[in-house]
Design a protein around this ligand. Structure first.
Ligand SMILES: [Zn+2]
Ligand SMILES: [Zn+2]
Ligand SMILES: [Zn+2]
Length: 465
């Protein structure tokens, strides 16, 4: 009986697998299951061929070769962060994101535990309005008002319906002709730069509050952050950021949490980027909260809250997960009309010289946004790369134990030969195994809090307008 990932595979599993059309023997089936577990039952695994040769002895010895495995390949996860593209790899990404955010709040993964004493704020930055949009029902009609009031295109300025949150209508404009699509796309495009300038301005505000020059302030206080970008239903990115103040060499800084709040508000209200169609700035819904010092429970909630958004796509269907190559490519994608128009406007503006600097065609599938979905400053905590490397190291250690050799004598050669499962049956099987694995995990204590929809924070995430 093959024991992989804590689950025992018995004769019934093998029989069921044979019934989907793969006539492999029992031993091969166990090898296949081990392969699947290894890549986490990824939806689009990378198929790799290769060998590992041990040069420790008198003559080189072949210690591992994929030729012996089913289809002669080993499988590696696709590594996508998008839930719609690959739920298995997105779960892994979410876990890493959670560790990263949490370490910056309470220490761990190379960050001293004393950071828990440092002032930390949670900042949410949204975009301004680009025209009235339909909203999810929250006790009343969508947009109350006189049905007689019309825009210059003859469309009603009010809406008496109560929309289901899952409806495509939510987030779409009351009049698509009045709606400022170019402004919305350019806001997305300017968001990374708006953020950068907000952080610079925050340093300036702190220097002013401390009554010293900017270079002196930099010696006294360093700001570290971790931020995540999330799409609102109207297709516009907003940012959630954890910002921590550190003193020299990770000591307690001389600023209070209140000073941090004031600096963030002044900075966020002050930054503007001029573009050919007007200017980009943050909306009025700037929300900032102080995170209390030793509430470790809260650190978990914040980490889950932030991590959850890091794996979201710009649309629920996943139609915008992949870069748009041409107008024809965009036309083929099945999207709600509003998001389709956002992508289309991004593509159109991308062809105009005045908008060149934003690479709007390259970012049309992300509705103009060209930044990262999860990013952090150097000093905040460990990196996603370090977390991934630690996981790989653990796998290497495990493999090495079975070979009993010095790793420097092992020479591996790998070559990717394809992507995906061998056939429909295998893909269906993999999806079922992933769900089983997810259920098992759900029960595990370590993971339980990420499955609950985090209720934190109560305010600040208001969407759409
Ligand atoms: Zn994957
Ligand atoms: Zn409505
Ligand atoms: Zn109109």
């Amino acid at each position: 009986m093959a024991a992989t990932g804590g689950h025992e595979f018995g004769a019934e599993d093998w029989e069921m697998f044979r019934s989907i059309g793969r006539r492999i023997d029992r031993q091969q089936f166990e090898a296949f299951q081990a392969q699947g577990e290894q890549c986490g039952w990824c939806r689009h695994p990378i198929r790799i061929r290769g060998t590992v040769i041990d040069h420790a002895g008198d003559s080189p010895r072949l210690t591992f070769w994929t030729a012996a495995l089913p289809d002669g390949v080993t499988l590696k996860g696709c590594g996508s962060r998008r839930e719609t593209h690959c739920p298995a790899c997105a779960a892994l990404y979410r876990g890493d994101a959670r560790h990263l955010v949490r370490a910056g709040l309470v220490g761990g993964k190379g960050i001293p535990e004393s950071v828990v004493e440092h002032p930390v704020i949670f900042l949410t930055l949204t975009a301004p309005s680009f025209g009235a949009v339909h909203a999810e029902a929250a006790g009343g009609p969508c947009r109350p008002g006189s049905p007689a009031a019309r825009c210059r295109h003859g469309r009603a300025r009010s809406c008496s319906s109560r929309h289901d949150g899952r409806s495509d209508v939510v987030g779409s404009p009351l009049c698509h002709e009045c709606y400022d699509y170019a402004g919305a796309v350019l806001h997305n495009a300017c968001t990374p730069e708006l953020w950068r300038r907000t952080m610079i301005s925050m340093h300036r505000q702190l220097a002013a509050a401390l009554g010293c020059t900017q270079s002196d302030a930099k010696q006294l206080v360093r700001l570290s952050f971790c931020r995540v970008a999330e799409y609102q239903r109207r297709g516009i990115v907003h940012l959630h950021a954890v910002i921590r103040a550190d003193g020299p060499e990770q000591t307690l800084p001389v600023v209070s949490p209140e000073q941090l709040v004031q600096a963030a508000l002044r900075a966020a209200n002050g930054v503007t980027i001029v573009h050919p169609r007007g200017a980009a700035r943050w909306g009025e819904q700037i929300d900032v909260q102080v995170l209390e010092r030793s509430e470790k429970q809260r650190a978990k909630a914040v980490a889950s809250y932030v991590a959850k958004y890091a794996t979201k796509s710009s649309d629920d269907s996943g139609a915008l997960d992949v870069r748009i190559r041409s107008e024809w490519d965009l036309a083929k994608r099945r999207l709600p009309a509003h998001l389709h128009r956002m992508a289309e406007v991004s593509w159109e503006l991308g062809g105009v010289a005045a908008f060149e600097q934003w690479h709007l065609r390259r970012h049309a599938h992300s509705l103009g946004y060209g930044g990262h979905f999860l990013s952090k400053s150097k000093g905040y905590s460990t990196t996603l790369g370090a977390l991934r490397a630690a996981r790989q190291q653990w796998q290497v250690e495990r493999a090495r134990k079975s070979v009993e050799s010095d790793d420097r004598s092992l020479h591996a050669r790998w070559r990717a030969v394809g992507i995906g499962w061998a056939n429909e049956g295998e893909a269906t099987w993999a999806e079922a195994q992933r769900r089983r694995r997810e259920d098992e995990r759900r029960c595990a204590l370590e993971d339980f809090y990420s499955r609950e929809r985090p209720e934190w924070p109560a305010s600040g995430a208001g969407e759409p307008f």
